[in-house]
Design a protein around this ligand. Structure first.
Ligand code: NAI
Ligand code: MG
Length: 365
């Protein structure tokens, strides 16, 4: 059977950027790599059609697919809806029911955009690292939590809590990724001041020693990690960390390389029968209502999310690299959507012109 992909374009620029992914997928199809693609509604689009941001039928399709690719959800039209049917609830339901506990955020520098970074060109040039953030546990979910009154004042309480199995499974995700990349994992916590950090370090080391001794593992305190990420990020390959530190470090790492319109992501869960993890791929950006419907959106974040799906869900690392090289080639030629232009006064290309150029570069590669 062909690998199956469920595409959920969503709202705003979601359908616009997804149309460009379809062109790329169709091109791979013409080369013999055919996907069984199904497309469905999520977010505001699903609410408009069905009164819910994600139907049970769509949820079932997502559970059955080899991978899910999502555009973006939300928009001003839905801001006044009841919380229970807000567009983002569709996305949250997908993440929760698929139990996607490992959030992957790459920081990858395309040399043509190296001067777009706020860091020196030599610090980011050729950068290709991956942050793996634990997504379903930790201080954002731990109990007890709440605002309670003690004596004559209120106290805000959150609890950082990790079980051994929660740490072990995200560590495995990181080691598996490292095997497909540079064979190096750095685990970040604060074992110097946190009990959860002590356990984190111990469990990651144990999973390494017992299951992945071939991978180079190091440990770093998360605050030192933040410094090292801006000082010399190329020292890292895969970084694995908890929900809170990962939230901060992945945003920091993403901005090492530039624009929101360039950033892909993935959320992975437990391995399926085919050995590959449950997976949802999506650009980091939202539905960008300010530019929706104008052909201005940069499709590269979504196209690179598809490249991640090729590599991590479909075992097509060569094709993923080919697609990333096509993106690099198009950027090197000087093609820029409006978000990548800065003050240069160059003429921007449209969403579909960018997609067409990437397909053309693929065909030439
Ligand atoms: P946003 O990411 O949609 O937009 C932020 C800024 O970046 C805007 O100026 C936008 O035009 C620009 N931008 C974003 N993606 C771009 C692209 N591909 N090409 C060119 N420019 C791009 O974030 P914002 O404005 O905070 O949220 C807008 C809506 O999206 C809200 O309804 C929000 O809830 C939703 N949202 C959805 C997310 C998702 O589906 N995962 C994530 C973040 C926000
Ligand atoms: Mg964040």
């Amino acid at each position: 059977a062909n690998p199956s992909l469920l595409i959920l374009p969503g709202d705003g620029i979601g359908p616009e950027v997804m149309a460009e992914v379809r062109k790329v997928a169709d091109w791979f199809g013409s080369q013999g790599l055919v996907f069984d693609i199904d497309e469905d509604l999520v977010g505001g689009a699903a609410y408009d059609a069905h009164g819910t941001p994600l139907t049970d039928a769509t949820m079932e399709k997502a559970q059955a697919a080899d991978a899910v690719l999502l555009g973006a959800v939300g928009g001003p039209k839905y801001d006044t809806l009841d919380f229970s049917v807000k567009p983002e609830r569709g996305l949250l339901r997908l993440r929760k029911e698929m139990d996607l506990y490992a959030n992957l955020r790459p920081a990858q520098c395309f040399d043509a955009l190296a001067d777009f970074s706020s860091l020196k060109t030599e610090v980011v040039s050729g950068l290709d690292i991956m942050i793996v953030r634990e997504l379903t546990s930790g201080v954002y979910f731990g109990e007890p939590r709440g605002i309670v009154t003690e004596g004559n004042e209120r106290v805000g309480i959150n609890t950082q809590r990790y079980t051994e199995s929660e740490i072990a499974r995200v560590a495995r995700s990181a080691f598996e990724l490292a095997r497909r990349r540079g064979n190096k994992v750095c685990s970040m916590e604060k074992a110097n001041v946190m009990e959860s950090g002590i356990l984190w370090r111990e469990v990651v080391q144990k999973v390494h020693d017992e299951e992945y001794p071939d991978i180079e593992l190091s440990h770093m305190y998360a605050d030192a990690g933040a410094m090292q990420l801006t000082r010399w990020p190329k020292q890292f390959d895969v970084i694995v960390t908890d929900n809170l530190f990962g939230d901060l470090l992945s945003d920091l790492a993403a901005m090492l390389t530039g624009s929101l319109g360039m950033l892909p992501s993935a959320s992975l869960g437990a391995p399926m029968a085919n050995g590959r993890p449950k997976a949802l791929y999506e650009p980091v950006h939202g539905s960008a209502p300010d530019i929706a419907g104008q052909g201005k959106a940069n499709p590269i974040a979504c196209i690179l999310s598809f490249a991640m799906a090729l590599r991590y869900s479909f075992d097509r690392g060569d094709e993923a690299a080919r697609l990333e090289k096509a993106v690099e080639a198009v950027l090197a030629k000087g093609l820029r959507t409006a978000d990548l232009l800065g003050e240069e006064g160059r003429q921007p290309v449209s969403t579909s012109e960018m997609g067409d150029a990437i397909v053309a570069a693929l065909a030439e590669s």
